[in-house]
Write a protein that binds this ligand. Structure first.
Ligand SMILES: [Zn+2]
Length: 464
């Protein structure tokens, strides 16, 4: 764009010289001077416009973080273990928070597939379905919308990448357990730039070869992950899921935080911005087992990933950060504690901190109502311009999370489900004050020089 603008200025120069001898030279010269100033990006609507800011106008990004099965008391359990009863976890320190209803199209108690579909597409569906509505019409996802806007995309999870939560953002199937079909869609259709999680066993050798020939680095351990510093990546760190935090080998298997860090490092190299979803998948699995130690360790690992995302967002205000959950698992209530002041510390080794966390979780009393999901609302925490005008502590629906996200991209939700890749209607508002509107700018750039040329022609005709 910058090049075009400068070549336009050069093409105007001979005209300026030719008309400088005419009687109307002063008026015309002023008109031309003004149009050239506009063309060079110096004056628009009376404000100074930085040419560089125009090329960054699409860099709006989103990091959506989903603690699977994470209810309010799961957060409290993690808080008591990690920072004590009088402090807050990183996710709780985000400036906006609310409560989210999670019911699905066919049940008061959702599963991860219907809940992820609601967040990814803005529409309710039946339990078990992934980004298709109850009538099996495909629903466009926020990840696909980001792709159509030219942004890079990534999905990170501690369970297999074919599992319900990540799969809802990149595939469309009527049954969440169609892992072979989901894998086929990942390889042949989805085009997600960064995929980090488990699920290696669902990929055939030939599918991995196709991914490699499509430019993906294949990583299977922590060292592989560290070595990739640009481009696309398929990281598969478990045959099925990645090891629980309780069992994870710190040297060979990356943490959720390390995967999140790498995903942001790779995706943020795209000047058009990105969409990233990060799932703490094993909060849910631990809660299904009514395992409070497991929940605490997975919750803390998820919160560590939130801290890494927040470190990025703090210096990139065009990135929206949302931390939430798909449903509550276990009917967990944190009852009481017998905790001392020995908190996990940065100075300790990972092994020492894990031992300390296990010890602290064991000193917290909890009750469980079920080994399944409950209908309880879940927490949501947010940082970004859309939350500036939203009320704290309100109750929203999980489909509203999609509305907030596409609003951040400057779009509004389409009135009917669509399968077309065309993005929905553009709104007139831009999410940040630093981003100038592009549409009027283009008109001003080209209309004014043409107007000036017309004036010149009229003046010459009148002199004859
Ligand atoms: Zn579950």
């Amino acid at each position: 764009m910058g090049f075009n603008r400068f070549s336009y200025i050069f093409s105007m120069k001979p005209i300026t010289m030719r008309i400088s001898r005419s009687d109307s030279s002063l008026v015309i010269s002023l008109l031309l001077l003004f149009s050239m100033l506009v063309v060079s990006g110096s004056i628009v609507d009376g404000t100074t416009v930085d040419i560089n800011s125009l090329s960054q106008s699409n860099e709006l990004s989103i990091i959506l973080m989903i603690g699977d099965g994470m209810g309010f008391d799961h957060v409290q359990l993690g808080r008591w273990v990690e920072v004590g009863t009088n402090d807050n976890l990183t996710m709780e320190q985000l400036p906006w928070n609310a409560s989210v209803t999670t019911y699905s199209a066919d049940s008061a108690i959702t599963d991860s597939a219907a809940a992820a579909t609601a967040m990814a597409t803005g529409y309710k569906t039946d339990n078990g379905k992934l980004s298709v509505n109850p009538d099996l019409v495909e629903l466009e996802t926020i990840l696909e919308i980001a792709q159509s806007l030219g942004k890079s995309t990534g999905l990170v999870s501690t369970v297999s990448i074919q599992h319900a939560t990540p799969a809802a953002f990149m595939s469309h199937v009527s049954n969440r357990n169609s892992f072979i079909e989901i894998t086929r869609q990942i390889v042949e259709e989805a085009g997600v730039d960064v995929l980090l999680g488990g699920g290696r066993q669902y990929f055939s050798e030939s599918q991995l070869n196709i991914m490699e020939s499509n430019g993906y680095a294949i990583a299977v351990n922590r060292a592989n992950l560290t070595n990739v510093t640009s481009g696309k990546i398929l990281g598969l760190f478990g045959s099925l899921e990645i090891a629980y935090e309780l069992d994870r080998n710190f040297t060979t298997t990356p943490s959720l935080g390390e995967m999140t860090d790498k995903a942001i490092e790779l995706l943020s190299q795209d000047s058009d911005g990105f969409f990233l979803m990060v799932e703490g998948g094993k909060i849910d699995w631990s809660a299904h087992a009514n395992d409070k130690v497991g929940v605490a360790l997975e919750l803390v690992a998820f919160n560590d990933a939130v801290q890494i995302a927040l470190n990025y967002v703090n210096t990139h205000s065009n990135t929206l950060l949302i931390v939430t959950s798909d449903h509550e698992t276990g009917g967990l209530t944190v009852v009481s504690n017998d905790l001392n002041d020995d908190l996990p510390t940065l100075g300790f080794t990972e092994e020492q901190n894990r031992t300390l966390r296990i010890d602290r979780a064991n000193n917290i009393s909890v009750t469980w109502d079920t080994t399944d999901h409950s209908s309880a609302n879940v927490p949501i925490f947010g940082l970004g311009s859309p939350f500036d005008t939203m009320t704290d502590n309100e109750t929203i629906d999980n489909t509203n999370i999609f509305d907030i996200m596409i609003g951040h991209y400057g779009l509004t939700k389409s009135p009917t489900p669509t399968t077309t890749p065309t993005p929905t209607t553009t709104t007139s508002t831009t999410p940040t004050t630093t981003t100038p509107s592009e549409f009027p700018m283009e008109y001003v750039l080209f209309a004014l020089p043409i107007l000036a040329a017309l004036v010149i022609v009229v003046v010459f005709l009148r002199r004859r």
